[in-house]
Design a protein. Structure first.
Length: 258
């Protein structure tokens, strides 16, 4: 059973076998409760589960990962399948990334990217453009940055010419963003020097953001890591931290059902 894109309950037929306590982020798991008891899922910066702890704080199971996700388990056996980047190990050595399956030994997906070149890589089987220590791919379609930038030029940029683009991105207003991009293109032609250079970068980022917002209008994705580094949600005051479902909190069948 899913809440948005996150699994919150496991069933065998009509019998509930496990319940999960999750956070707002995709694949953000706190605890999993099954017949053995409650286990806390401890994760690393990529969201990979590195250990399962019991109610006393004792680590019962531990996991280690190679850069592309090949997994080694030690300690007590368990039925939890949430491991590399928080995704599900299907028991055959493949990880389920919603839109397709990933093979950590081959370091690639076993199916082509359903959105083709829009995913950002000419190799339609590649995993996060071969940069697994910086990115993850929660939905099997496009890489998401895990390490957040330390600075943001748009945060400190006090320029009226850039504000419409920033506001349009904050509000997910595609019409306003299209107009802001058009106006910015025209305005840059009248500028010189440093201001023209900075605004050109803003223009490039705005176009990238427009492409990404077109790509995922129905997915409840965290904004962190979705937009280009300089437009990261953590650095944009007032930016809604999630792209909400337009028709309620339900998972699109194509993403959640296997």
């Amino acid at each position: 059973m899913y809440d948005g894109l996150n699994p919150v309950q496991e069933k065998n037929g009509v019998t509930v076998t496990a319940n999960l306590l999750t956070g707002l982020g995709i694949d953000e798991f706190f605890t999993r409760t099954d017949g053995v008891g409650v286990r806390a899922l401890l994760s690393d910066a990529l969201g990979s589960t590195v250990a399962l702890g019991d109610s006393t704080g004792t680590l019962q199971t531990q996991y280690t990962y190679e850069p592309f996700g090949y997994t080694t388990q030690s300690g007590q056996a368990n039925s939890s399948s949430y491991k590399y980047t928080g995704r599900e190990d299907d028991g055959t050595g493949l990880y389920y990334y919603r839109a397709r399956y990933y093979h950590p030994r081959l370091q690639r997906f076993i199916g082509e990217d359903p959105i083709g070149l829009v995913g950002g890589d000419v190799n339609l089987y590649a995993y996060v453009e071969n940069s697994p220590l910086q990115f993850s791919d929660r939905i099997g379609l496009i890489k998401l940055r895990e390490n957040q930038p330390e600075s943001n030029p748009l945060r400190t940029l006090d320029d009226s010419a850039a504000k419409p683009a920033k506001d349009a991105i904050n509000n997910r207003d595609m019409s306003a963003l299209n107009k802001a991009i058009s106006d910015l293109e025209a305005f840059i032609k009248t500028c010189k020097g440093k201001r023209a250079k900075v605004l050109s970068k803003v223009l490039k980022l705005a176009k990238e953001a427009r492409g990404l917002l077109k790509l995922v209008p129905l997915l409840s994705l965290p904004a962190e890591g979705l937009l280009p580094d300089e437009l990261n949600a953590a650095e944009l005051e007032g930016f809604d931290p999630r792209l909400p479902f337009p028709t309620g909190n339900s998972c699109p069948d194509s993403m959640c059902q296997r």
